[in-house]
Design a protein around this ligand. Structure first.
Ligand code: SAH
Ligand code: MG
Length: 407
């Protein structure tokens, strides 16, 4: 008999069979899906076979602490929590308080409530709070929220990891759209940015898997954090000049963005006859240039990343999140450049003209380029004449950074 041509009906039927053989749902799981449907939630929870995969993985690595980003009604959380020992813990993050509340009810019905904490609110804020609270590292992280921010979630997950932590990012294939460059669709660009972060981070061993099933055509990325991954930030005090310059550069831009946090829209976008023109445009340019130089230093072959200088208006907090990504990329580029030799020359085309630069020169340029434009920002901040801002400009020279670091 000719095998049937794969199609959605067949995938549904096979998923159904896999569920019956390998992933039978009990009354609590079924009830949680009914409750989600009754509440009008979209049908975007993992399928039973996928929930079972999460459970099997969690058991395989003996996970005791699990983090989930994107709870919905708690369906995947129940599968994950069932893999935990009695003293294990699952922390799951959900933007929508009503969904978080429904998830708590579903989780209680499944009798895993003592092992599960559902935190309502923006995942970025919750992840930052977990980092600030210095929560112990997680053994397994399941990222399953909005694709737009998956690179940011991954960065946070890495900071909450230890060597050996397994991270799974769901919905990473997006019906194949992941290979489309320049769509301008933030959900595609978000996944692509994450792929690049992973590709450039020598600490990570990652696999991408395409899947079909009851949820259509999608897939996931699974990675394990390598031995060299310190649990959180890079060492407080790099001993090397280049590392110091790059770490200082990111810190100083962060400080300037923080100084902008309280500005109203008028001040943030006010045009000056200085540099790129406004605080927003100048800081966007600094962060955008970091991404571009990371591309040049690590290319070719390189994937297209979203240009952040595309006219999109972003708040200081959004630029801060992008800056964290850019700084991580530059740090990874510097680590690789060192392996290749900082004196290695590379052909670079800028504005149609071909140049040859050393890797060390390009990396140093990133730091001095930031300093040049930050000086313009400080000038703009002063000229705004806002009490509490213009008279309290951040002190951001390199020795201030050294002093701000403990030890
Ligand atoms: N893991 C769930 C499905 C999650 S669906 C399961 O398989 O059962 C994705 C969820 O992420 C949605 O409920 C959505 O509200 C949530 N989400 C989207 N953006 C978010 C954000 N910025 N912070 C936290 N949660 C977010
Ligand atoms: Mg999903």
């Amino acid at each position: 008999m000719e095998p049937p041509t794969p199609n959605q009906d067949l995938w549904n039927a096979v998923d159904h069979a896999l569920e019956a053989w390998l992933a039978p749902q009990d009354a609590a799981l079924i009830a949680s899906t009914s409750a989600a449907t009754a509440a009008g939630l979209p049908k975007i929870a993992v399928a039973p076979a996928q929930g079972r995969l999460l459970e099997v993985l969690a058991r395989a690595i003996g996970a005791r602490r699990i983090l989930e980003v994107g709870t919905l009604a708690g369906y995947s959380a129940i599968w994950l929590a069932r893999a935990l020992p009695a003293d294990g813990m699952l922390v799951t993050l959900e933007l929508d308080p009503a969904r978080a509340e429904l998830a708590r009810e579903n989780i209680a019905r499944a009798r895993v409530a003592p092992r599960v904490e559902v935190i309502a609110g923006s995942a970025t804020a919750s992840l930052e709070a977990l980092r600030t609270a210095e929560t112990p590292p997680f053994d397994l992280v399941f990222i399953d929220a909005n694709r737009e921010q998956c690179a940011v979630y991954l960065e946070h997950a890495l900071a909450l990891s230890r060597p050996g932590t397994v991270i799974i990012v769901d919905n990473a294939i997006h019906r194949g759209r992941v290979i489309e460059a320049g769509t301008g669709d933030a959900s595609v660009d978000g996944v692509r940015a994450m792929m690049e972060v992973i590709a450039r981070d020598p600490r990570l061993a990652a696999a991408g898997v395409q899947t079909v099933g009851a949820k259509g055509y999608d897939g996931f990325v699974m990675l394990v954090v390598g031995e060299s991954a310190a649990t959180t930030a890079p060492p407080a005090q790099p001993s090397d000049t280049l590392d110091s310059m790059l770490a200082h550069d990111a810190w100083a831009t962060r400080e300037v963005l923080r100084a902008c946090a309280t500005l109203d829209d008028g001040a943030w976008h006010r045009a000056f006859e200085i540099g790129p023109g406004s605080l927003h445009d100048t800081l966007t340019h600094i962060v955008g240039a970091m991404f571009r130089w990371a591309d040049r230093i690590d290319g070719p072959p390189r994937l297209v990343r979203p240009s952040i200088e595309d006219g999109t208006r972003r708040a200081p907090a959004e630029l801060l999140a992008l800056l964290d990504l850019a700084a991580a990329e530059i740090a990874a580029s510097a680590a690789r450049a060192r392996l290749r030799g900082l004196a290695t020359k590379l052909d670079v085309t800028l504005g149609g003209t071909a140049y040859r630069f050393t890797l060390g020169g390009m990396l140093t340029h990133v730091a001095t380029h930031g300093a040049h434009h930050r000086a313009q920002c400080l000038n703009m901040l002063r000229r705004l004449e806002i009490a509490g801002v213009s008279d309290r400009l951040p002190e951001i020279d390199l020795l201030e950074w050294e002093l701000s670091n403990p030890e």
